[in-house]
Ligand binder design. Structure first.
Ligand code: HEM
Length: 436
């Protein structure tokens, strides 16, 4: 009897949603429906797949399995796919991060529109109907929360607002990506057939020819996306897609120049490092100045030496001795994980391969590069054999025909093709070549 009364009570609760968004009549847009959701979903399907692949590639580019490079300690099995990051083509990291960051920004309007298009489903009543539905709702929480988390942490990071982050960006964004992509795969797996059905239900071409006055709601659907009591149209589906497209295009114009260069560089108004060119003899962007990195003139002055450690006793060279060694040149960009990059700069200096030989380890498996900079995770970087042996990998002493400026790493900095910008260590003090 108690069971019967409970069942009756539950049915009453289920049949009387609280006023507001939990009631179906609350959502009245006549353009909301499976077709619009499916169009936005298909754009996200392609876009987020590219974001995930380029994100994983960027992590691999850090060679996190070499000592001192791991930005996400304890990644465990999630490092299963790591591979030796190549040096060819030299613009690989520039392309990878340009795509990752630009696409992440350009997809924001699409994500917001997708969330708008399914918002009635987030207010489903009753919130829990069965165990299966509870599991589905938790997966939606991970999907929506994960998407918002990944986009928010990415944007906060490229805008240099590190303060709001509760921990290291690398760990948060890396683990967040795996949680989000897990929920994403489940969502796509379940919704893909519905997406295909919905896309087939209307012609995109016809929708693009339909103005506001002729806009009609989609037929009522069993899933409750289409408004039960639609308001008169104030915008067509064409208008809605146009608005999203215009938003994405505006964001593209306001950011892409930081990676692409050319005339768009001037319009990259939302890109803190990418728009302006640096001053001084070297004429390209400075990410972190010597002052900001706590590097002093005393550390980089007359007493500065490059120490090489390898087989046998360490050897040290001053800058003039390095300049007296065979000098080589390479045209390479600096490409930052945050998406901005420079055009090619003409670097000259001593080959890393020659330094490995001087250290008595011509066949070194890796090199640990240490800066005079202190107290930063980025003051050290390790490179592996393929990077040491590339003939364009240099300990650069000059750039664009002038000595390196202090902000660009005087007396000497590393430049390696296709390596993340932050691994091109500035103000190098010591290089330790190791065999294994
Ligand atoms: C950031 C990524 C995404 C988020 C945050 C998101 C969020 C949501 C939410 C909250 C719902 C409503 C709950 C449900 O019915 O499952 C939904 C429905 C749906 N989503 Fe997504 N989604 C995303 C990506 C995608 C992608 C890539 C596709 C392509 C397959 C897609 C296709 C659909 C479809 C077909 C529906 C059902 C619409 C209906 O009820 O007819 N979504 N999405």
């Amino acid at each position: 009897m108690l069971r019967g009364a409970l069942g009756q009570g539950w049915r009453t609760v289920a049949d009387s949603p609280p006023p507001g968004p939990f009631r179906r009549g609350f959502w009245r847009s006549p353009i909301r429906g499976p077709w619009l959701t499916a169009v936005l979903g298909s754009v996200l399907l392609v876009g987020i797949t590219i974001l995930f692949v380029t994100g994983l590639a960027s992590y691999a580019a850090y060679n996190p399995d070499l000592r001192s490079n791991d930005m996400t300690p304890g990644k465990g099995l999630l490092g299963f796919y790591l591979f030796d990051w190549p040096t060819e083509p030299y613009w690989l990291y520039r392309l990878n991060q340009g795509v990752h960051v630009t696409l992440g920004i350009v997809l924001v309007p699409v994500l917001l529109a997708k969330l708008w298009s399914v918002i009635p489903k987030l207010f489903d009543w009753p919130p829990v109907r069965s165990l299966a539905q509870l599991v589905e709702r938790v997966s939606l929480l991970l999907l929506v929360g994960g998407a918002i988390f990944e986009f928010a942490t990415g944007i906060v990071n490229i805008q240099y607002w590190y303060q709001p982050l509760p921990g290291s960006f690398y760990s948060l964004h890396f683990y967040g990506a795996w949680v989000f992509i897990g929920a994403f795969v489940v969502h796509v797996g379940i919704r893909f057939p519905r997406m295909v059905r919905a896309l087939r239900s209307r012609s995109l071409r016809d929708e693009l020819r339909t103005g506001t006055a002729a806009t009609r709601p989609e037929p009522l659907d069993e899933h409750g996306l289409v408004a039960a009591d639609p308001a008169p149209p104030t915008m067509s589906r064409r208008g809605a897609l146009g608005l999203v497209g215009a938003g994405s295009l505006t964001l593209f114009v306001a950011t892409a120049g930081q990676s692409l260069g050319g005339p768009l560089r001037r319009t990259a108004l939302l890109a803190p490092r990418g728009q302006i060119l640096g001053s001084g003899p070297n004429g390209f962007q400075v990410n972190k100045t010597a002052f900001a990195a706590g590097v002093t003139a005393a550390q980089t002055g007359q007493s500065w030496r490059l120490e090489l450690v390898g087989a046998g006793a360490p050897v040290a060279f001053d800058r003039d001795e390095l300049l007296a060694m065979p000098q080589h040149s390479a045209q390479l960009p600096i490409a930052c994980v945050e998406g901005w990059s420079t055009s090619n700069q003409l670097w000259s200096g001593v080959r890393l391969a020659d330094l490995a030989r001087l250290a008595g380890r011509p066949d070194a498996a890796s090199v640990l590069i240490e800066s005079v900079q202190r107290g930063s995770a980025f003051a050290n970087a390790s490179m592996r054999r393929n990077q040491i042996l590339d003939s364009r990998s240099l300990l650069a002493l000059r750039v664009n025909g002038a000595d390196l400026s202090l902000d660009h790493g005087f007396p000497a900095r590393v430049i390696v093709p296709a390596a993340p910008g932050v691994h091109n260590t500035k103000w190098v003090a010591r290089m330790t070549f190791v065999e294994a």
